[in-house]
Write a protein that binds this ligand. Structure first.
Ligand code: CAA
Length: 283
């Protein structure tokens, strides 16, 4: 099947990044959010990224304009009625996601694929609320979306080969690399990344080293582009805690217990970069 018209739901950091790369790659994109303010903020971020690409000589002014022309914003889910693919990137809450998927199942054409950018919620469970579980799939982009090459593609229990192939081709068309994984808690990316971040938090909690020292060890010793605590602040400590809870509950194994210090920071509202304070303080 051919994908031309895409809706991205959620104009936050992930959704706006996904909308940008889709529009840049020639797809017609509707960026949807319940808040007009969020749409304008998302669009401003996209324009800033595109302007930077023009300044750096990676994109012509004409390509930038064409990209923006392919991008519309809307607060109505009904506008998905002519879309071939919908990529959902709303907050990580099962009730909200299932409500969105139920509505999309009614609104979108029969052939449309419904994808979720969830970082850890079960695709199989999301698919089960629709009448087209074979057309539901996980399309997990990494932050910052315009820069990171990976899309982790998650097959739900009922996802068809045809749906997988269409999303694999779409990912390549976005100039990204697809990696196929099955639907288990945390998939691969967060099953491996989050316990590392959690363990880094334990080393601070137990007084083994300062956040700066832990990050320096992992950056200089393991060549990670960001230390795990800088990365945790970048992702958001609430998101890190949420994913650890999904792993802990999903596997019932004590090795996934979230560090008490992570819980404490989240309770304090120290959520990382977005609130100005996490393991580090931001201006
Ligand atoms: N949006 C768009 N472009 C961005 C960006 C953003 N938010 N942040 C950085 N960039 C671009 C910069 O503009 C810069 O481009 P130029 O080459 O044109 O200058 C380029 O990326 C490199 O940026 P910087 O020189 O400022 O800094 P850097 O070299 O340290 O790279 C980074 C920044 C790419 C974020 C790098 O630090 C990195 O790779 N960090 C790790 C990111 C990571 O692990 N992401 C996965 C998080 S986990 C996740 O997303 C999944 C989940 O479910 C939680």
């Amino acid at each position: 099947m051919e994908i031309k018209h895409v809706m991205v739901i959620g104009a936050g950091q992930m959704g706006s990044g996904i909308a940008q790369v889709c529009a840049q790659s020639g797809f017609h994109v509707k960026l949807n959010d319940i808040s007009e303010e969020a749409l304008q903020k998302g669009l401003a971020g996209i324009e800033k990224n595109l302007n930077r690409s023009v300044e750096k000589g990676r994109m012509s002014e004409e390509d930038k304009q064409n990209t923006l022309n392919r991008l519309q914003t809307t607060t109505s889910l009904q506008d998905a009625s002519d879309c071939d693919l919908v990529i959902e990137a709303v907050i990580e809450n099962m009730d909200i996601k299932t409500k969105v998927f139920k509505e999309l199942d009614q609104i979108t054409p029969e052939h449309a694929i419904l994808a979720s950018n969830t970082s850890s919620l079960p695709i199989t469970e999301i698919a089960a609320v629709t009448n087209r579980p074979e057309k539901v799939i996980g399309m997990h982009f990494m932050n910052p979306v315009p820069v990171m090459k990976l899309v982790e593609i998650i097959r739900g229990l009922a996802t068809s080969d045809e749906t997988y192939k269409a999303i694999e081709d779409m990912t390549k068309a976005l100039n990204k690399t697809p990696v196929e994984v099955n639907d288990f808690p945390g998939f691969v990316s967060n099953r491996v990344l989050m316990p590392m971040i959690n363990e880094a938090i334990y080393t601070v909690y137990e007084g083994v080293a300062t956040p700066e020292a832990v990050d320096e060890v992992m950056k200089l010793g393991m060549n990670h582009p960001m230390g795990p605590l800088t990365l945790a602040d970048f992702i958001g400590l609430d998101t890190c805690l949420y994913i650890m809870e999904v792993l802990y509950e999903g596997f019932g194994d004590s090795k996934y217990r979230p560090c008490p210090l992570l819980r404490k920071y989240v309770k304090a509202g120290w959520l990382g970069r977005k609130t100005g304070r996490g393991f580090y303080v931001y201006d």
